[in-house]
Write a protein that binds this ligand. Structure first.
Ligand code: SPV
Ligand code: MG
Length: 431
């Protein structure tokens, strides 16, 4: 009996899957791999049911002879173990990011005479509706809110990128690249105060009011499913912070990060060049407590951001604050630095991890940008935020185009650098 292998990454079985299984059955014994949670997340599919439920769902199908768990997106291990005669898949993997998986499978099978079967991908309204239902579920506050905590359980490092609009949200949501025998993508989104303010043409001094910041969140939420970490600046007055927490929680935001500064907030990357005052440990701890008291769900996280290194107050001060803020109830600690060298961040992480193995640690490597995600994870850091790179890449490109049109008195010269009209028209899918 020949062996046919296919791998599913789905929370629901639709006609497309059944079609693949019926085809597979014609060739022999059908073995189905179910992607585990971590691999599903890397595959841009956050599971809405448990792995056990997904396995049971597939085992119950009459065409299926055997189910196994696949813990990598690429098939190397499973093919080595199973030696299937055929690997069957929808023909949608012949292009885009999935093509790297198909190429890899093709190479593995050709080593021993195995073969790929591409089945025409089933497109119909029913399938589109079912997929949309799963996406809608992931967009719902009760599902989205808890996803950051879930990701922290699944991933060695959660990667967030700055977003400040529906469009940047879509980039964070959809960008996937093949890397290291797998696929890579961002796990979460950061609503940066710097970039949200900049997009509105305002300085980053807590000038953009909360209603406007919430409007940005709403724009992002309407078109994405990934969890949101909100830059809450100083969190405002303790008496107000609880209300902000309630609103963010209700919207389905996963975490707020507030920084231990007071008075007129200036962006941290000014360091000591701008006058910035750090809040006292007592006041800031009281603010964290006020937020935790207001919080209604167990999903939401209040993360305390420590500015001691930015303001050159020293490592001991940073560590003392980390201890105090965690004791006050903070669900995570963000440590910030504007040094090019990551040494002080890593020294903090190492010292903090000696005392505290569990509290999530967050960093924003804007200045110390040479450090890799692998190095950060090795030092016990759990969340990395790329806080402003989308804005900083878009602005020079737009400025250059504006200058070029002014210089040439027409747009033809700029065309070669621009996205095609067809692409912009079809970038945003209609319902
Ligand atoms: C932001 O992105 O607004 C931040 C991070 O707060 S930083 O700009 O580095 O202060
Ligand atoms: Mg900010």
């Amino acid at each position: 009996m020949k062996k046919v292998y296919t791998c599913f990454c789905t929370d629901n079985i639709h006609e497309g899957h059944i079609n693949i299984l019926n085809e597979a059955k014609k060739y022999g014994e059908v073995v189905v791999g179910v992607l585990d949670d971590a691999a599903s997340v890397r595959f841009n599919h956050f599971p809405t049911i448990s792995l056990d439920e997904r396995v049971a769902m597939i085992k119950a199908l009459p065409q299926v002879d055997q189910v196994l768990i696949q813990d990598r997106i690429f098939y190397d291990e499973v093919i080595e173990k199973l030696h299937p005669d055929y690997v069957i898949h929808g023909d949608n993997w012949k292009s885009g990011a999935l093509k790297s998986i198909r190429d890899n499978v093709e190479g593995l099978l050709s080593a021993y005479g195995g073969r790929i079967i591409d089945v025409p991908y089933t497109h119909n309204d029913n399938i589109r509706r079912q997929d949309a239902r799963i996406r809608e579920k992931l967009m719902m506050p009760e599902y989205r809110r808890k996803r950051l905590r879930q990701l922290l359980q699944i991933q060695p490092l959660v990667k967030a990128i700055e977003v400040h609009s529906g469009l940047t949200g879509l980039i964070a949501e959809k960008t996937v690249v093949p890397r290291d025998g797998g696929l890579d993508q961002f796990d979460a989104m950061w609503i940066s105060s710097l970039c949200d303010s900049t997009a509105k043409g305002k300085p980053d001094i807590e000038l953009v009011d909360m209603s406007s910041r919430f409007r940005t969140i709403d724009d992002v939420m309407e078109v994405t499913t990934k969890p949101i970490i909100f830059d809450g600046d100083t969190g405002g007055l303790s008496e107000h912070f609880g209300y902000t927490v309630r609103s963010l929680e209700r919207m389905g935001v996963s975490a707020v990060i507030i920084e231990d500064k007071k008075g007129l907030k200036r962006n941290s990357l000014f360091g000591t060049e701008a006058e910035q005052v750090q809040d006292s440990i007592e006041n800031f701890s009281a603010k964290i407590k006020a937020g935790k008291k207001a919080q209604l769900t167990d999903d939401f996280m209040i993360i305390a951001r420590i500015e001691s290194l930015i303001l050159e107050r020293g490592m001991e001060d940073a560590l003392e604050r980390a201890r105090a803020f965690t004791a006050a109830g903070a669900d995570g600690i963000m440590i910030h630095s504007r040094k090019k060298d990551p040494d002080e961040i890593l020294a903090f992480a190492d010292a903090f991890r000696k005392e505290d193995k569990d509290t999530p640690l967050v960093v924003v490597p804007t200045s110390f940008n040479s450090i890799t995600e692998e190095e950060l994870a090795a030092h016990g850091i759990n969340i990395v935020i790329y806080a402003n790179q989308l804005t900083r890449s878009a602005f020079p490109a737009m400025e250059e185009t504006a200058k070029e049109i002014l210089t040439n008195h027409r747009a033809m010269e700029s065309e070669k650098r621009l996205m095609s009209i067809k692409s912009i028209l079809t970038l945003i899918e209609e319902l």
